[in-house]
Ligand binder design. Structure first.
Ligand SMILES: [Zn+2]
Length: 227
């Protein structure tokens, strides 16, 4: 089992504080029909529509599971733009690559995309980058389970993870959900890696070991620790 060093844990604690500070700046102005987060315009959307109805409708219309790919790209675009804005607003440069990646694990929790529990990671600026994490409360998986639909449904979360990590590293990264709670496992598991190497990494048994084989860091708990 690979034990992460103290620097990683202290970076997560710092990220928890910084993201929490940033995300408390949520403003709602109903009379102007405006919602903003730290000055960026936002809209509230139904998670259920995003998770199931929208991709299902596209899949039924166009086939080939295109809806899954579209919702993945939506997640990617949303996260990439939010990450860039966040890094700029907080003046977090590319030199802090690992810190930039770690802020995404907290940011996604704060915006409702799910908590992140890190299992394994190699946060670097080349093709060997990888991050393996689990999410216990993906709204997509929960919607699929509530509708009695077995399968892998967390495409928007996968896209979100890829988009944030790509913006954080400057690398062309992609993400694949390799197990989903809607398939009957306890938590959804995601692997993020370089676009050109993701397929080969997905078949690597080292990313499919039981959860007890990893040193798990529940990043959300770091938020509770510092409160
Ligand atoms: Zn899932």
């Amino acid at each position: 089992m690979h034990m992460p060093g103290t620097p990683l844990l202290s970076l997560i604690a710092r990220a928890a504080q910084e993201v929490q500070d940033y995300q408390t700046k949520l403003q709602r102005e109903p009379t102007k029909a405006r919602v903003s987060l730290s000055g960026e315009p936002y809209v509230f959307l139904s998670a259920r529509s995003l998770a199931l109805t929208f991709p299902q409708m596209i899949n039924e219309t166009f086939g080939l599971r295109i809806g899954d790919k579209v919702i993945y790209q939506l997640g990617y675009i949303i996260a990439f733009a939010e990450a860039e804005h966040f890094f700029q607003a907080r003046n977090i440069s590319l030199k802090e690559l690992d810190y930039r990646v770690l802020t995404g694990t907290l940011y996604s929790a704060g915006t409702g995309f799910g908590n992140v529990e890190l299992l394994d990671q190699k946060l670097c600026r080349d093709h060997t980058f990888h991050a393996l994490w689990e999410t216990p409360n993906s709204f997509s998986a929960e919607a699929a389970i509530a509708s009695g639909l077995p399968g892998r449904y967390c495409h928007i979360q996968a896209g979100y993870a890829a988009g944030w990590c790509s913006a954080a590293t400057g690398l062309e990264l992609a993400c694949q959900e390799i197990a989903c709670a809607a398939e009957g496992v306890k938590k959804c598991r995601f692997l993020i890696a370089h676009l050109q190497h993701l397929t080969s990494k997905v078949s690597d048994p080292s990313f499919h070991k039981p959860r007890s084989s990893y040193y798990v860091i529940d990043t959300t708990n770091q938020v509770e620790v510092i409160q």
